[in-house]
Design a protein around this ligand. Structure first.
Ligand code: RB5
Length: 143
């Protein structure tokens, strides 16, 4: 599976850990985020990733900023993108099972790298349940 990752300056350390973890586990990773740690505007580094996920139903994304909120807000402007903010494995499981999230958003300043990698693993290994959840997901987009 192809995974796109992106982050602002607050997420560089976490992004590097996620990138290594994904590659070690056989994923093909495309890194679209900041690598420098110099201040960047989170919308600028998320628009290209969100556009790509919106156009490719088979791809998933992992995005990171200080709180995970700014990057989610940008990503969720795109049709077909469902970015879920996660700070626990249980939430990661539910955003896949119930919301068919195709982007995982991580709050880099509020979780440890160990917690984040456990969340990433659950996010990538959990399937959408469909059924009544599919009906609800189909009602998300307004157009
Ligand atoms: C950067 O300081 C911070 O505002 C950003 O990483 C993010 O948390 C925004 O939502």
């Amino acid at each position: 599976m192809n995974i796109l990752i992106s982050n602002d300056h607050a997420g560089v350390e976490l992004k590097n850990a996620v990138n290594n973890f994904l590659k070690e586990n056989g994923y093909v990773v495309e890194n679209l985020g900041d690598n420098s740690g110099k201040s960047v505007d989170y919308p600028d580094i998320i628009h290209p990733l969100a556009k790509e996920i919106s156009n490719n139903k088979d791809k998933k994304g992992i995005i990171m900023c200080g709180t995970g909120n700014g990057v989610s807000m940008v990503a969720n402007k795109y049709k077909g993108v469902r970015a879920g903010l996660c700070w626990s494995k249980e939430i990661a499981e539910l955003i896949r099972k119930h919301n068919d999230a195709n982007i995982l958003s991580l709050p880099a300043r509020f979780i440890s790298i160990k917690e984040a990698l456990e969340i990433v693993e659950v996010f990538l290994e959990t399937s959408f349940e469909g059924g009544r959840h599919e009906r609800r997901v189909n009602k998300i987009n307004k157009q």
